[in-house]
Design a protein around this ligand. Structure first.
Ligand code: BG6
Length: 369
């Protein structure tokens, strides 16, 4: 049942190319135009949306944060991401022109369900991005966009995360298409590129030997930091979460720009820091800015483990290690950049002799508030 792998988590990491491909399947025409009749919400109603709030917990909330950057960029609709348990009790500003998007692998997370029910009471339109057919959250929502990752058994989410991000891209690009503004052209080319992502994830999975080796010799680490910027920021948060969940190591993710406002005080000789580097063609010179962050922490003795695109040579002088990911456009990079972080956490936890599929104190789906 583990398909020849030692753990469900490893199997699920290797199923990620399929999770992405299957989540795209049947939702686009050859020219990249999206077809989402399955939502069963009128185009007029969707065009009327003037605000989106994502509600989710854990890994799903990080997928929501990737969605925020992407959907705002493509549609110019303001997107807010709220942890579901905070949303429910913070007197949220929501009305009938708000689309509340819940993201949940299980569809049973009570915090998320309560947030959706509250959104409905407030008159919002609710859309569930969910991996489990017929589960409670989609049933309580006005519309559903299923992720097709297949059943996820390991407690720590991997393939569901990639599928959630994919579904969020599909939703964002669809809304851009409906709004028909200048973004629509851009949207079509991104959609075309999105269809190449499963192959790139596959290729990347074939390059993980060094990451596995690093995980083994870093098994005694006491704290590991993760930096990222723009869509790389939620990737950094997810990398840290995986390590906490699986390896019980203190791990924190930071927005790279925040470094100088506090976290740089944590840097001492030998401190491992993963840095998710934006692609060289990311707007606003973010690539250059993150490279200079790497330089700053390296000068203070940090062990810099840099995740960079193929061909990005600027990072090399300041990197203790470079993990290469295939080139792609900036917005799609999370589908690749998170993979080495998942593999790292898995193998570090295994090296410590821990139960990777069922970490202590955690449940796959938390059905109490
Ligand atoms: C947590 C799980 O309890 O719930 C995480 O341990 C998961 O892995 C989070 O990301 C949200 O779960 P779901 O099913 O709503 O996506």
């Amino acid at each position: 049942e583990k398909g020849g792998y030692d753990t469900f988590m490893e199997k699920e990491i290797h199923e990620q190319p399929h999770a992405v491909a299957d989540t795209l399947l049947g939702r686009t025409k050859d020219d990249g135009e999206l077809v989402l009749d399955e939502l069963r919400i009128s185009e007029e109603r969707l065009r009327d949306i003037d605000r989106i709030t994502v509600v989710a917990c854990g890994t799903a909330a990080y997928a929501g944060t990737v969605a925020k950057y992407a959907i705002e960029h493509w549609t110019r609709i303001p997107v807010e991401v709220s942890l579901a348990h905070e949303f429910r009790y913070c007197d949220p500003i929501v009305d009938e022109r708000t689309l509340v998007v819940s993201i949940s692998q299980s569809g049973e997370t009570m915090d998320t369900l309560m947030a959706v029910k509250h959104a409905t009471e407030l008159g919002a339109l609710t859309l569930s991005i969910c991996n489990t057919h017929g589960s409670t959250i989609p049933r309580e929502s006005d519309a559903v966009l299923y992720t097709h990752a297949g059943p996820e058994i390991a407690v720590a989410s991997t393939k569901a995360f990639l599928a959630q991000i994919t579904a969020c891209y599909v939703l964002g690009l669809y809304l851009a298409q409906l709004r028909g503004e200048t973004y629509a052209d851009d949207a079509k080319s991104v959609m075309t590129e999105l269809r190449d992502m499963p192959d790139k994830v596959e290729e990347l999975l074939g390059r993980m030997d060094r990451v596995v080796e690093m995980a083994r010799f870093m098994a005694d680490s006491r704290a590991i930091l993760f930096l990222g910027r723009n869509v790389g920021f939620p990737v950094a948060l997810e990398g840290a979460l995986k390590l906490k969940e699986l390896a019980y190591i203190h791990a924190e993710g930071f927005a790279a720009g925040e470094l100088k406002h506090g976290p740089i005080a944590l840097i001492e000789p030998g401190q491992p820091v993963f840095v998710v580097v934006p692609g060289p063609d990311t707007p606003h010179e973010l690539h250059k800015k993150v490279v200079s962050n790497i330089q700053e922490i390296r000068a203070r003795g940090a062990r810099t483990i840099v995740i960079a695109h193929d061909g990005d040579e600027d990072v090399v002088p300041f990197a203790s290690e470079v993990i290469r990911i295939p080139q792609c456009s900036p917005m799609l990079a999370p589908l690749l950049a998170v993979v080495p972080l998942q593999v790292f956490a898995l193998h570090l936890a295994s090296a410590k002799g821990l139960d990777v599929d069922q970490p202590r104190n955690l449940a796959k789906s938390v059905t109490v508030e």
